[in-house]
Design a protein. Structure first.
Length: 318
């Protein structure tokens, strides 16, 4: 028989059972908490890996597509050879007959500006957008003017958007990054940007070319006050001629272009009698005069012509 002193009382047994139960519950809670922490760490790690995978995929796609034309660019129609030749070879007599017109919005000189060159030649920098009606008109005059100093080897057709009181206007695109505008000259260098297409998505025009570096700085300096008024700051079209002379806005009555195709406009330049063609050539003479100031009067047969000398009077000092 066991001695009475060694027997457990019912009360002691109950206390021991409760203590063991509490210890088991605490151990279970600790296990559950540890499992929850592991689950959270695993979830965070998986989430981070998914995010990194998505970012990597986006970067990879961007790198693969860098330098490739946009869908809008891929569908752009090349300007036909006859129209391209018409821009490059407007008869000098026709340009002389057109004169300088009566434009009141000619280029302005910035006396404090520093000359800008590219490849050792004065740079003509154009900034516009394909939707822009005034850009549509200025491109024609710019293309003709530059055709007197070199040759366009590739341009695509373009069309501005319809606006109140104005139908879409046929033009060309100066996009070099996405539409392959190409120009060669021994006298001047050309850089062209079309910041958006004429296509609208979600209430905004689809981006096209991106200004960067010195071109972006030039635009942001000379298309803003004091070189333009407060209402027109950052407006297009904008043309920098050698970084010294600037064209803000259009040079012609753009309604003259309504109802005409790019081929009809280019084809009318040889005779120069159509009102739209005459307005384009007048603007071209003014821009030619501004370019001649930066090339030192070269080529002489262009820069010494009466029409160009008369057009120089349309350039104002700022």
């Amino acid at each position: 028989m066991q001695p009475p002193g060694d027997q457990e009382t019912p009360l002691a047994t109950s206390r021991a059972s409760k203590q063991a139960a509490r210890e088991r519950a605490a151990a279970l809670r600790a296990q559950q908490q540890a499992a929850e922490r592991r689950r959270r760490v695993l979830l965070a790690a998986v989430t981070s890996l998914v995010v990194l995978a998505i970012v990597g995929a986006v970067v990879a796609v961007a790198l693969l597509n860098r330098g490739k034309p946009s869908p809008a660019a891929a569908s752009a129609a090349r300007l036909d050879a006859a129209s391209l030749a018409a821009l490059n070879d407007v008869p000098e007599q026709t340009l002389q007959s057109a004169g300088a017109g009566d434009t009141t919005n000619g280029p302005t000189r910035a006396k404090d500006a520093t000359a800008v060159t590219k490849d050792g030649k004065p740079q003509v920098l154009y900034v516009g957008a394909e939707y822009c009606p005034y850009c549509a008109g200025l491109r024609w005059s710019t293309a003709v003017a530059l055709g007197r100093f070199g040759q366009w080897t590739s341009l695509t057709e373009g069309r501005s958007v319809k606006e109140p009181g104005l139908e879409p206007l046929a033009t060309v695109s100066f996009s070099q990054q996405n539409h392959g505008a190409a120009y060669t000259s021994d006298t001047v260098a050309f850089t062209g940007y079309e910041t958006t297409t004429s296509e609208s998505k979600n209430g905004r025009y689809v981006p096209l070319d991106t200004l960067d570096g010195a071109d972006k700085k030039l635009f942001e300096t000379y298309d803003f006050p004091p070189y333009t008024d407060e209402r027109s700051k950052g407006a297009i079209p904008f043309v920098s001629i050698g970084g010294k002379t600037f064209q803000h806005g259009g040079l012609m009555d753009i309604k003259l272009l309504e109802g005409k195709s790019a081929q009809q406009i280019a084809g009318s330049l040889k005779a120069g009698t159509d009102p739209a063609a005459k307005a384009i050539l007048e603007g071209a003479n003014v821009l030619t005069a501004a370019i001649c100031e930066q090339t030192g009067g070269k080529p002489a047969d262009v820069c010494s012509s009466k029409a160009v000398k008369d057009a120089a009077g349309k350039i104002k000092d700022k």
